[in-house]
Design a binder for this molecule. Structure first.
Ligand code: ATP
Ligand code: MG
Length: 475
């Protein structure tokens, strides 16, 4: 670990040009994407600047396989399009070119600059540090939120408009060198995540960067620089102004990252969780209350179980992620002893809606994902409760959502450290069901449909002694 330099704690002013060029000897050429190299070579032959940029350069330098290879160039979209028959211009506001090699797409972007003028950002920082009269602040846009991001710029401007120093490195694969305008190489070596420029300005411009900071810090195991962390804590409330679908997308990415536990804890520590997932944050209660902690542990164990499943290659679908976020809250609201909402707990299906609907509305979730998440939760009781006369196992096992319901059940059982045998039993039944003769399936389906009409309600005595492994009734 590096000692934290004193300057980390001060508000930083945008730095002057400090291009550092170093050889990229540590990058294994076998890890480079051949199609991306083809695009760069062609742009360079036509006298354009063209580099690999962003996450792929960061990942290559630390020996991780990049998810995708993004390119940045000084060629404008139309110029790119003219050079590549297989290129397609996409986007309305800021245009990119997608260059197709079969199914494989190389995203090629023209260098852009930060829409907030550097003078304005400078002035804002100066105001905050007391270097100029506060009156100057009145001339600044009172809302720093980025609304326009479509001005073309130079390579340096393109580096500076990016979020974190480690995400702003250019790789010139033909000359085998790295171009570093923002001190990203030093931060990468130190395992430090730091915004480019003043974190208060950069995070206010786009509060989703707070979630991105959590994602990169947990995924890469990087420490967050002090002033960036302080700004994350101070600006967490402004996440309420970000577009809900973007926020949801980042939450889903965190849940799929394999470091959901660390990420959720970090979101809570900086105050972002209470803004983006208020019900989950309320469920976790107070750090100083032992009973709250015990309850919170059931959520953390779920995140831990999710992470270990993800490490084995599992990619949770959106409905599974939503179900995992809501499950504990639903269990709590379904139990009369712990319910916090008004009135006695209604039917489980209604409790599920009470919890998931507000989330679906704020995150503008699709109706399909929301209703699927609800059904996954409602199906859980089928795994552990005695079946009734109407239950047709083959229809359940061969239903489209069965695999997701089983994934959710697996994570629940792993979190409990109990019920694994039940999971394995269902897994075996599922495999057998896939091979079941079509006639058997058709018959059960016909029976189920035959009983789909209005049902006679008959009260039956409850069987005793076979409770679901989860404490809440029915979930
Ligand atoms: P991943 O490996 O998750 O794809 P990434 O760094 O490639 O990580 P992307 O979301 O694919 O992240 O974005 C590509 C690059 O675009 C980033 O590395 C960063 O330079 C820039 N970028 C993305 N989102 C933002 C943002 N909100 N603000 C500023 N720059 C951003
Ligand atoms: Mg990327």
């Amino acid at each position: 670990m590096m000692d934290r330099p004193e300057s980390d704690k001060r508000v930083q002013r945008p730095a002057k040009t400090t291009l550092k060029t170093v050889r990229a000897d540590t990058i294994d050429p076998a890890m480079l994407d051949q199609d991306a190299l083809r695009v760069i070579s062609r742009l360079r032959r036509m006298n354009h600047e063209a580099y690999l940029v962003g996450g792929c350069v960061r990942d290559l330098l630390i020996g991780r396989a990049p998810k995708d290879f993004d390119l940045a160039t000084d060629a404008h979209p139309r110029q790119i399009k003219r050079l590549f028959k297989n290129g397609r211009i996409i986007g309305r506001r800021f245009k990119l070119v997608h260059i197709y090699y079969g199914q494989h797409i190389i995203e090629t972007a023209t260098f852009r600059r930060d829409p907030l003028s550097r003078e304005a950002a400078d002035e804002l920082v100066a105001t905050r540090t007391g270097e100029v009269e506060p009156a100057a602040e009145a001339e600044l846009p009172d809302d720093l939120l980025i609304t326009e991001d479509n001005e073309y710029g130079t390579a340096e401007e393109d580096a500076r408009r990016r979020d974190f120093t480690v995400n702003a490195l250019f790789l010139d694969p033909l000359e085998n060198r790295i171009l570093d305008y923002v001190g990203g190489l030093d931060d990468l070596r130190a395992g430090l995540l730091r915004t480019i420029g003043d974190p208060m300005v950069r995070l206010a411009e786009d509060p989703v960067r707070i979630l991105r900071a959590v994602k990169f810090a947990t995924r890469l195991g990087f420490r967050i620089d002090d002033s960036t962390w302080e700004a994350m804590c101070a600006l967490a409330p402004s996440l309420s102004r970000s577009a809900p679908p973007r926020v949801l997308e980042e939450i889903l990415r965190l849940l799929r990252s394999g470091t959901a536990l660390g990420a959720m804890r970090m979101l809570r520590a900086c105050g972002a969780l209470s803004v983006i997932l208020p019900q989950v944050d309320a469920y976790l209660g107070s750090k100083d209350d032992a009973a709250d902690q015990e309850r919170a542990d059931t959520f953390w164990r779920l995140m831990e179980a999710l992470d270990s499943y993800v490490h084995s290659g599992f990619v949770p679908t959106t409905p599974v992620c939503l179900a995992l976020l809501a499950l504990r809250v639903i269990e709590r609201e379904a139990d009369p002893r712990t319910r916090t909402l008004r009135g006695a707990p209604p039917d489980l299906a209604i409790v599920v809606s009470e919890v998931l609907d507000p989330l679906a509305i704020t995150a503008r979730l699709s109706r399909r994902d929301t209703s699927r998440a609800k059904r996954l939760i409602l199906h859980q009781k089928r795994f552990t409760q005695p079946t009734n006369r109407r239950f047709r196992p083959l229809v359940f096992l061969r239903s489209e959502e069965f695999p997701e319901a089983l994934d959710l059940f697996r994570i629940r059982m792993a979190a409990r450290g109990q019920g694994w045998d039940i999971y394995e039993g269902w897994r075996a039944r599922y495999e057998a069901a896939l091979k079941a003769p079509p006639e058997e399936f058709a018959q059960q389906q016909a029976e189920a449909e035959g009983e789909g009409g209005p049902r006679r309600r008959r009260r039956r005595p409850r069987r005793r002694g076979r409770r679901s492994p989860d404490s809440a009734p029915g979930v």
